[in-house]
Design a protein around this ligand. Structure first.
Ligand SMILES: Nc1ncnc2c1ncn2[C@@H]1O[C@H](COP(=O)(O)OP(=O)(O)OP(=O)(O)O)[C@@H](O)[C@H]1O
Length: 492
């Protein structure tokens, strides 16, 4: 089939043991549900072609477009702390890479496109609900300015998948800087395949970290930079109340993007111990644990890279430790700096971290909604008459009042124009996040009634998260329950 997609596949240069060549399995009755036209254009693809019969056939996995060399990648991973030597793309197939308008190389991958040699007992398929959730939440994250995989399309398969019940099936087309994970390195390290490790590290240096490639110790620089990007990423998650839910090493991209939107969720009422995933019974991946888990995962990456860091093992460990030391300061700077911006504080001063921490402590004690507290603080920074919208979020509103006195004293030290400050705060404190109750209602409408209206409306609101959208203000509201007790199930 002729295709206007200029595939340019760099992985084809990697040895065959990195992947299995496998085409997607055709589906019974493909129907394009949604195409992300803006993303298609960003990638230099023709959205009209993608929406047409040939494009839809490709996005469903029913036809392999010219230039596409479909593969399923091998990887391993620590899942909830336990090492699994072989995972791999069990229901995802990489169609190929394209170079976008900005010169960045991007993967185009189908998820839910049929079995592969890595499927183990799985069917290789995805259900419509999780596909729409991944589409919506990943696009919301992108609009929030957080590095993430993107969603190019969702296609209904016309087939049912067997989960607890029979559910409509779908395929999502995911776009990523790459799909190389910490677990990809672990796969080869576990097999003692130093040659493959080096080829993979060189590939990642070339693709994602060209600045490190020229350094004196490129693999150490690579590890430090992966750690730095991960530190930035997790700080940004915390600053919007995002809980990834399943931070296994196979779900950590070495490119620093958020990947795998299975059991993720956004916090409503602030509580750092929040866990949403029903499979995370010990709270390993709770909101506040995410930085330390990221570092734990990076330590597993460091272990995998040891043979490349130095011949002598003691020296290799010292090199790894030196590289991992990049994580903590980078995280602290990103998180503290981000909190200061959320509070409208100017140049850092002593006491800023304590001021921010005290607000968070009061929010936790008073079950204040995370997103609304910070958003409503923007107006309060402009005029104290707007305090009511913040204080009313606290079980004990006087807890906010006491804190606000200290906050205003601190703001006065900056001497910044209050309208400019409020505008700057609105640019970092979103009004709209994908609220769990809205996401669930959207999925229910799509699955039970084939109604994608709520999906479209929610996606439109979330594409402008920092703008006040008065007509759609209901999407900013917290659920009546405060979100307590909400549980997600692993995306299937
Ligand atoms: N229905 C399925 N059929 C086959 N393999 C599956 C299925 N569901 C999950 N897997 C595999 O189980 C492993 C863990 O699944 P997990 O839910 O973390 O990943 P995923 O959502 O399928 O993919 P990704 O991490 O690429 O977003 C992966 O190797 C995945 O390919």
């Amino acid at each position: 089939m002729a295709s206007p997609i200029p595939f340019d596949n760099s992985y084809a240069r990697l040895p065959q043991r990195f992947y299995a060549r496998v085409p997607p399995t055709p589906v019974a009755a493909p129907r394009l549900l949604r195409l992300n036209r803006a993303l298609a254009l960003e990638l230099g693809l023709d959205p009209d072609w993608l929406e047409g019969p040939e494009g839809t056939a490709m996005l469903a996995g029913n036809r392999v477009a010219e230039g596409s060399e479909p593969i399923a990648a091998a990887y391993a991973g620590h899942q909830f702390g336990q090492f699994v030597p072989q995972l791999g793309d069990g229901r995802a197939i990489l169609l190929g890479e394209v170079v976008d308008g900005a010169g960045r190389r991007r993967d185009i991958q189908l998820k839910g496109s049929g079995p592969t040699p890595f499927s183990r007992r799985g069917d290789g398929r995805a259900a419509l609900g999780p596909v729409l959730r991944e589409y919506l939440v990943s696009e919301a994250m992108a609009a929030l300015g957080i590095p993430t995989t993107r969603a190019l399309a969702a296609v209904a398969t016309g087939e049912r998948v067997v989960r607890e019940t029979l559910l409509p099936g779908a395929v999502i087309t995911r776009v990523a800087a790459s799909h190389i994970r910490v677990g990809t390195f672990q796969y080869f390290a576990a097999r003692g395949d130093a040659e493959a490790l080096r080829a993979l590290a060189d590939h990642v240096l070339d693709r994602h970290y060209p600045d490190c490639a020229g350094s004196e110790a490129p693999y150490r620089a690579l590890l430090a930079e992966v750690a730095g990007r991960q530190a930035d990423l997790v700080a940004r998650w915390l600053l919007v109340g995002f809980i990834h839910g399943v931070m296994n090493t196979d779900n950590m991209s070495v490119a620093g993007e958020t990947i795998d939107y299975g059991p993720c969720a956004f916090m409503d009422a602030y509580d750092p111990r929040t866990v949403f995933s029903s499979i995370d019974q010990r709270g390993r991946y709770a909101y506040a644990n995410q930085p330390q888990i990221a570092l734990w995962n990076l330590t597993r990456l460091a272990e995998a890279l040891l043979p490349l860091l130095a011949e002598d093992e003691t020296r290799a460990v010292a090199e790894a430790e030196a590289a991992l030391a990049a994580f903590a300061p980078r995280f602290e700077a990103a998180y503290r700096g981000g909190l200061a911006r959320k509070l409208g504080l100017g140049e850092a001063r002593e006491g800023d971290a304590a001021l921010a921490q005290d607000l968070l402590s009061q929010m936790a004690e008073n079950q204040a909604d995370f997103t609304l507290t910070f958003r409503n603080l923007c107006a309060a920074a402009e005029e104290s008459g707007a305090d009511e919208a913040v204080r009313s979020l606290f079980v004990d509103p006087t807890a906010f009042d006491r804190w606000a006195v200290r906050w205003r004293e601190r703001l006065a030290q900056d001497g910044q124009d209050s309208a400019a400050r409020a505008a700057a705060m609105r640019a970092v404190n979103p009004a709209f996040i994908p609220r769990n109750h809205r996401v669930e209602a959207m999925i229910e409408a799509a699955v039970e009634r084939e109604d994608l209206g709520p999906f479209d409306e929610l996606l439109a609101v979330l594409s402008r998260p920092y703008d006040d959208q008065p007509a759609l203000a209901r999407y900013a509201e917290a659920p009546a329950s405060g979100g307590v007790g909400y549980r997600t199930f692993c995306g299937t």
